[in-house]
Design a protein around this ligand. Structure first.
Ligand SMILES: [Fe+2]
Ligand SMILES: [Fe+2]
Length: 457
């Protein structure tokens, strides 16, 4: 039997489902805040409805339909329209993504604490999805949206003969295109050599660091090193897919992209060998958390290598969302910014700092290309925008988990003053503005795309 959403009977079954959800119990073990969910006024329900959940260390002690004054006593108050709650409870919209994009409004409570508890929020929503639900504007019970079925890729057609030369045609290169300008910028910027970085003072600084400080520097460096190796290897299928479409200017730019990722990998290995010393490293996989492995070792190679047998625009979109928006745009950009600021404020490890400064500049071009590619893809096929939202919905929570897992081992005593909320806040604001920009492109025709400005190329 189904219950109308936000009704007392629905609330009771929701509470039971939360308490049966062991994943929620684990993910919300540290949570001790009441949360109100507010259904905004809708035809037939002029005052809306409010549900107050008493959530305590993974348990839901009560779930009650309450009045506005009582709902406002919760530490967190989240409101949305009926349509948006429907999308969340039926599984077509991710709760954290909906929050980032303002479809769910945080009327009370801290965004950062919520973002840090993204895993618990997701489990809460999964519990709600297990409640047989119907909605007040429906006459028949709703059923959960079917999961998208992966298309079975056919063999990729390969041209074995060259029929012409693009660079010999009268039109030549499209010099005003964004990828071409980015290529020019990369050549101007991209000549730094990791072998030229001087680590003399770094070696002396390293010896003076306390063990906890060494632990954090080694943790960050080895996680970045693993990430750089992955992006070096995994960019190739995208390069191939773009090349097969005859997008010469993009291919030209992507050659610098691959070269730079290889240099980043080389740079961190030099630091490990020449400053820390190979004999002092131990098994660096000890630093890899479960969310890190999920993103870097599963989602990234999975999305990129899928292009080898399925180079379709949808597959390119999933690949670029994972590579450019999540790995580079959320993890690397935020991480390098924080790492650089940490070393700069302590005036430590100037060689490492110099390399990270140069690497940040390269990464900003990589991300600019990714945003360009995603804009181009959604402008050419507007139906790809929901695909992007769904991909980001899957990845945002583990991405925030990677950030959290950097801080967790040190508890309240970070070896350097690093602020987790600042980290997450920067990552989310960058993510939000990039998504807004791509969403705008999803409403335009390809010829209406203005492309990123000169300052970004
Ligand atoms: Fe890189
Ligand atoms: Fe990169």
């Amino acid at each position: 039997m189904s219950h109308e959403v936000f009704s007392p009977a629905w609330a009771e079954v929701f509470r039971e489902q939360i308490n049966r959800n062991d994943e929620h119990r684990r993910a919300a073990a540290g949570w001790e805040h009441p949360v109100s969910l507010v259904l905004e006024p809708v035809a037939g329900i002029p005052d809306g409805r409010r549900l107050l959940l008493d959530l305590w260390h993974g348990e839901c002690r009560s779930a009650r339909v309450v009045d506005a004054a009582t709902a406002a006593t919760a530490d967190y108050v989240l409101s949305a329209s009926l349509d948006h709650w429907r999308q969340i409870f039926l599984g077509t919209s991710d709760p954290i993504l909906a929050l980032m994009q303002g479809r769910v409004k945080l009327q009370k409570g801290g965004m950062f604490a919520l973002a840090r508890s993204a895993g618990a929020a997701k489990q809460l929503v999964l519990s709600a999805r297990r409640v047989p639900t119907h909605f007040p504007d429906e006459t028949v019970p709703a059923v959960s949206a079917p999961l998208p079925v992966a298309s079975t890729p056919g063999p990729v057609a390969v041209n074995t003969t060259r029929t012409s030369f693009r660079s010999l045609e009268a039109r030549g290169f499209d010099r005003s295109s964004f990828p071409y300008r980015l290529f020019q910028r990369a050549k101007r910027d991209g000549v730094w050599n990791p072998s030229d970085i001087d680590f003399t003072r770094d070696r002396a600084d390293w010896q003076r660091l306390e063990p906890r400080q060494q632990d954090l520097v080694l943790r960050l460096t080895s996680l970045f090193q693993g990430g750089e190796e992955s992006v070096t290897e995994d960019i190739l299928p995208l390069l191939l897919a773009i090349s097969r479409e005859g997008r010469l200017e993009e291919e030209m730019y992507l050659t610098t992209f691959l070269f730079e990722e290889a240099k980043h990998m080389e740079f961190f290995r030099r630091f490990l060998d020449e400053v820390v010393g190979a004999e002092n490293l131990g098994d660096l996989s000890r630093f890899e958390s479960a969310p890190y492995r999920r993103i870097i070792c599963e989602e990234l190679p999975g999305a990129m290598r899928a292009l080898l047998h399925d180079p379709s625009p949808a597959a390119q979109l999933r690949a670029s969302a994972t590579y450019n928006l999540v790995v580079e745009g959320t993890l690397a950009e935020t991480g390098y910014r924080g790492y650089y600021a940490m070393l700069e404020s302590a005036d430590l490890l100037p060689g490492l700092r110099a390399g990270i400064g140069l690497l940040k500049r390269d990464e900003s071009r990589h991300i600019a290309y990714g945003v360009y590619l995603l804009e181009r893809l959604v402008a050419a096929d507007h139906a790809l925008w929901p695909e992007l939202e769904s991909r980001m919905g899957d990845l945002l929570e583990p991405a925030l988990g990677v950030v959290r897992s950097l801080f967790d081992p040190y508890g309240d005593r970070m070896p350097f003053p690093l602020d987790q909320d600042e980290f997450i806040g920067f990552a989310l604001s960058q993510f939000k503005s990039r998504m807004a920009r791509i969403e705008r492109a999803s409403r335009l025709a390809p010829h209406e795309l203005s492309g990123p400005g000169e300052d970004e190329a």
